[in-house]
Design a protein. Sequence first.
Length: 198
Amino acid sequence: MIAWVRGEVLVRRPDHVVVESGGVGYRLTVSAETLRAVPARGKETGLHAQLVSRDDSLALYGFASEEERDLFCHLTSVSGVGPKVAIAILSGGTPRELLRAIAAGDAKRFQAVPGIGKRTSERVIVELREKVADELEEGVPALAESDGDDPRALARDGLVHLGYTLTEAEKLLDGAEGETPEDLIGSALRRAGAAGAL
């Protein structure tokens, strides 16, 4: 399986790039988000890759980060979401923003994507929400605990690291349950998800 392609950019189009590596040109379909990270023709780049095999074709997809590739794999595991739709979703924001939208149950964000209706966007939320909440928690740096550390302050810092503003983090932590920073963050993310579902 091809997991990484590094080489010279031969072609750079809105929906794909061609990277020459070892004398072979690899055509990788990319999201608008990844395209921003790909340099101009003639420059060197490196992309994480995912090979998708269909009955009648083999297609290679490129990603600027492992996080985006992992989210692509999650999205294509959802019934009704093929690779093209997954790439369209990934073009709508950074992987971290999209993970937060899924964790918060923001189905409307995905309904704006071409090829996704209300049912499919809700299916994305239902099938991926728990998985994504765990990944968001895992993305928080390890929080050192000591007698003098305030778990709430550490949890607030963790939420800010995930992309929430200080005010949003404070609101999410109001009523959050748990004694450790990790528990508080988990509770806050679940509250964010519940609020998004209302």
